[in-house]
Design a protein around this ligand. Sequence first.
Ligand code: TYD
Length: 142
Amino acid sequence: MNVLNLTQMLEFSQKGDERGHLVIVEGMQDIPFDIKRIFYIYGSDKDVVRGQHANKISEFVLINVAGTSKVRVKDGKGNETVFSLNRPHTGIYLPKMIWKEMYDFSEDSVLLCIANTHYDPDEYIRDYDEYLKIVNEAGEEK
Ligand code: TYD
């Protein structure tokens, strides 16, 4: 299975009433993994590109709980897709071993990131050439 096919937008349940909105994201229910870590990114300028890495083990769900951003994903085999994160009740699921870049942050962007792992810098691939080498040597079927 190609990693781009595993990448998908998710829509979460909303429990809005006259008091406002409430969005629910439960591990193994609304997203396809148990949650080990959350972090969030804000205050990134419009011209900043974040991410620029792939993860050997980590899977992520990214949600712009405020503002907007874009996520470019690449499979290292010449295919890429851009997703817009622009609603607080939608997110993107990113499987392991996909190259990702987050960019075009709005001034009010707060990008919530949910992961299935604790942080381990050793499972990050931050060099694109190394990523290309790994995915193209893996002999994975297309
Ligand atoms: P980095 O992975 O470069 O952020 P992004 O992918 O959003 O561009 O992380 C920035 C710094 O924060 C880097 O020094 C590693 C550290 N960090 C942690 O310590 N724990 C974490 O869970 C994350 C995501 C980053």
